[in-house]
Each structure stands twice: as structure tokens, then as C-alpha cells.
Design a protein. Structure first.
Length: 206
């Protein structure tokens, strides 16, 4: 009986350490991802009530979808960190899967503005959508295979690996969007206040 209690405590402790690492990766890594995708330029939008251009609205929507995904996944990971159990791990897996599906659907629903770099932007987002779908499938598989305490530990480990991979894929997509040919879309991702807010910085007037 004592050995079973000690084993369970050990497994729970392992789960907590894994989730702590996962939460840190998601909370910090995706901020870097979204910063790469949407921020980094010093110039802010003009003061007043100027109506955003189609490209600016597109950049805002892309970044808003990314940050919502990050917040949802971080919340799910933190819930396991605060109360590690098979139930909270299962809920976290479900939330990660749903959040990823929502992100994919939102990206698919966006109409890329017709500019000189629209084809490149569309290709980047299509590739990201495919990669996110693959990640969602792995999360679903992880949830289906989870059984017992040891299975819970493996589930947290697999979820961590999958989310890190997805984070890197989103970062790569962000780098490609920032590398678009000069034009409205490139400027929109660099100058949008919504995208800049993801870095924890605000526009400064020089």
C-alpha cells in the first residue's frame, strides 16, 4: 500500500514538472512566435480614427487568432500545473485540440488581400494550416491513448512535444510573413498596433 502511494506521488510529481515546463514553453515561446509574425517595427499607426486598410485588418485578424490560441493553450497547461490529475490532463488535451481547430478554421476563413505578395502570404498560411491539422491529430491520438497514471505522464510529455513543434511551425510562418516583398501586407504586419501588442510593447512616437 505504501509503495503504491509513493509511486503515485512520484508520478504526480513527474506530471507537475512536465506541465511546468510545458506552460513555460507555451507562455514564452508563443509570445516570441507572435512577435516574429506581427511585431518588431517602431512605427505605429496614425493617431485618430483612421479606418484600417484591408491589409491592416488582415494582419490584425491573423495576430488575434494566434494570440487567442496561445492564451487558450497556456490556460489549459496551467490548469494541469495547478492541479495535476488524469482529469485535468484530459481536459487540457481536449482544450488544446479545440483551440487548434479554431485557429485553423479562423485562418482558413480569412481572405488574403490582393497585393503583389498575396500568393506568398496565402501559401504560408495554407502550409501552417496543414501543419496545425497534423498537430491536432497527434493531440487527439494522445488523448485516446491515455490510460492510468503512467499514461497521464506520457500524455503530458507527448502534448509538450507536439505544442513545441506547433510553436516552431507558427514562428516559421511568422518569419515568412515578415519576409514578404515590400508592400501593404509587409507594412501591415510591421505597423499594426494589434500585432505589436503581442510583444508587450506599444508604439512609440519619435
Amino acid at each position: 500500500m505504501t509503495h503504491r502511494v509513493l509511486r503515485r506521488d512520484c508520478v504526480v510529481a513527474m506530471s507537475w514538472r512536465l506541465v511546468s515546463h510545458l506552460a513555460a514553453l507555451v507562455a514564452t515561446g508563443v509570445i516570441v512566435v507572435t512577435a516574429a509574425a506581427c511585431g518588431g517595427s517602431g512605427g505605429g499607426e496614425a493617431a485618430g480614427t483612421t479606418t484600417p486598410t484591408e491589409s491592416q485588418s488582415f494582419a490584425n485578424l491573423v495576430c488575434s487568432s494566434l494570440v487567442t490560441w496561445k492564451q487558450d493553450v497556456t490556460k489549459a497547461a496551467n490548469s494541469v500545473k495547478e492541479s495535476p490529475s488524469k482529469e485535468t490532463i484530459s481536459v487540457a488535451l481536449t482544450q488544446a485540440q479545440k483551440s487548434t481547430a479554431t485557429l485553423v478554421n479562423e485562418l482558413k476563413s480569412l481572405d488574403v488581400p490582393s497585393t503583389e505578395s498575396s500568393k506568398e502570404a496565402k501559401s504560408t498560411l495554407t502550409t501552417l494550416e496543414d501543419q496545425l491539422n497534423q498537430g491536432a491529430s497527434k493531440i487527439k491520438e494522445t488523448a485516446g491513448n491515455m490510460s492510468g497514471l503512467q499514461g497521464s505522464v506520457e500524455a503530458v510529455s507527448n502534448l509538450s512535444t507536439t505544442l513545441v513543434t506547433m510553436r516552431d511551425q507558427v514562428k516559421a510562418a511568422g518569419d515568412q510573413l515578415r519576409s514578404l516583398p515590400k508592400g501593404e501586407l509587409k507594412d501591415a504586419f510591421a505597423d499594426s498596433q494589434t500585432c505589436q501588442s503581442l510583444t508587450g510593447k506599444t508604439s512609440s512616437s519619435s
